[in-house]
Design a binder for this molecule. Structure first.
Ligand SMILES: N[C@@H](CCC(=O)N[C@@H](CS)C(=O)NCC(=O)O)C(=O)O
Length: 247
């Protein structure tokens, strides 16, 4: 148990692998708020009674339990932490309602469209399908470059992050994927998706994000993600990873 966890009554159920995008973004949010919690690693292949009782609908991790009440879905957990602990640490959501709406919009886009396109590259041995997924992924990076430029127009002149001068919801939501984008690119043999020539602002943001507190201590190493994809997720994508691309 981490110091102070008992007073807050916070427990976090996470996958044992340590590479979960969704768990890590919540851990970053907890660190930004300065909140202590009990860290409860789970084996997703053997779901505990606590997980099944806490998240009976999706049965996924992470789950936050606050004073005995479960909160599910990583983006919702991050928002909950901001609302439930307004006076603790840094704010995660922008104060301005419009910026909040924009951050939520892009966070949902990244989870629902951008990452599925990217990981979809490994999910097919068909050359055309792979090329389409690469194209979709690059287009998503282009859209986020524009979103970053737009968000800096809305905010402070010195904006370094989507959240402005400090990290916010969208920074954490996107940033947790950085090692995954890199690992997928390596495994698929594509040029890096994040390219300083194509998306200069986003590339610079990624550098700042990866070096920021509390990200630096929590961001997964690319090698670890690559190993997880090949060793744990590998059976699912055996064909795609072993067969040469076909038409
Ligand atoms: N949309 C969910 C995604 C959570 C998710 O996919 N979690 C994975 C681990 S990273 C999981 O629990 N997988 C086990 C399963 O789907 O049964 C969130 O943001 O929390």
């Amino acid at each position: 148990m981490m110091a102070g966890a008992q007073e807050q009554g916070l427990k976090l159920l996470v996958p044992r692998s340590g590479v979960s995008i969704y768990a890590i973004r919540v851990q970053m949010a907890l660190a930004m708020k300065g909140l202590a919690y009990d860290y409860l690693p789970e084996d997703p292949g053997c779901k505990s009674d606590l997980l099944l009782a806490s998240n009976p609908v999706h049965k996924t991790l992470p789950v936050l339990i606050h004073a005995g009440r479960p909160v599910c879905e990583s983006l919702i957990i991050m928002e909950y932490l901001d609302g439930a602990f307004p006076g603790d640490g840094a704010s995660i959501l922008p104060a301005d309602p419009y910026r909040r709406a924009v951050a939520r919009f892009w966070a949902a886009y990244i989870d629902d469209k951008m990452f599925p396109s990217c990981i979809g590259i490994l999910n097919t041995a068909k050359q055309q399908e792979r090329a389409d997924k690469v194209e979709e992924t690059l287009a998503a990076f282009g859209l986020l470059e524009t979103a970053l430029v737009e968000s800096s127009k809305e905010g402070e002149a010195e904006a370094l992050f989507f959240g402005g001068v400090s990290l916010g919801l969208l920074d954490l939501a996107l940033g947790c994927y950085l090692p995954w984008f890199e690992a997928i690119g390596r495994l698929a043999g594509t040029p890096p998706f994040l390219d300083a020539a194509r998306t200069p602002k986003l590339a610079a943001w990624a550098g700042r994000f990866s070096a920021a507190e509390p990200v630096i201590a929590l961001l997964t190493a690319v090698d670890k993600v690559e190993e997880y994809i090949t060793k744990v997720l590998y059976p699912k994508w055996e064909v795609a990873l072993t067969a040469p691309p076909t038409n």
